[in-house]
Design a protein around this ligand. Structure first.
Ligand SMILES: Nc1ncnc2c1ncn2[C@@H]1O[C@H](COP(=O)(O)OP(=O)(O)O)[C@@H](O)[C@H]1O
Ligand SMILES: [Mg+2]
Length: 128
């Protein structure tokens, strides 16, 4: 319930998304994939975002392509420490979450918009 200590935005995004997909006739198997991928991406906004507003948008078009975009602000500190650790270089570290998401979506991207200090995650999945 909103306002209660147990309210979880992460759970909220997931249930809304699953309901949306179910209502649009997407199979349980596909729903699970999209849900896991989305949860990973939203988790990152919690870990690396500035703790403020996160914008989640998704759609399913007539040719059954699912699209999602997730936008968050990046804290100044986070950005600097990530650059220092070399996260954004080609010799990147593990990036386990990214690898999982790459498997679950057909295409996937994370844009760090430096001057705006924003991170934009986008992904697509063609449904059978
Ligand atoms: N929403 C985001 N905002 C800012 N940075 C992000 C975001 N998502 C991912 N990143 C960066 O990309 C890296 C890789 O993400 P991920 O593979 O999920 O690894 P992990 O979450 O285990 O660090 C993160 O460590 C972080 O530096
Ligand atoms: Mg992660």
């Amino acid at each position: 319930m909103l306002g209660a200590g147990t309210f979880s935005p992460l759970q909220f995004v997931r249930s809304r998304l699953e309901y949306f997909l179910k209502r649009n006739g997407v199979s349980e198997e596909q729903i699970l994939d999209i849900s896991i991928g989305t949860t990973e991406a939203v988790e990152n906004t919690v870990k690396y975002g500035d703790g403020d507003l996160v914008e989640v948008k998704y759609s399913l078009d007539k040719s059954k392509v699912f699209r999602i975009s997730i936008l968050n602000q990046v804290g100044e500190m986070n950005l600097q420490s990530d650059i220092e650790r070399g996260k954004f270089s080609s010799t990147a570290t593990l990036m386990r979450g990214m690898m999982v998401m790459q498997k679950l979506f057909d295409t996937m991207d994370l844009d760090i918009i430096d001057e705006k200090k924003q991170a934009l995650f986008t992904a697509e999945k063609k449904l059978p």
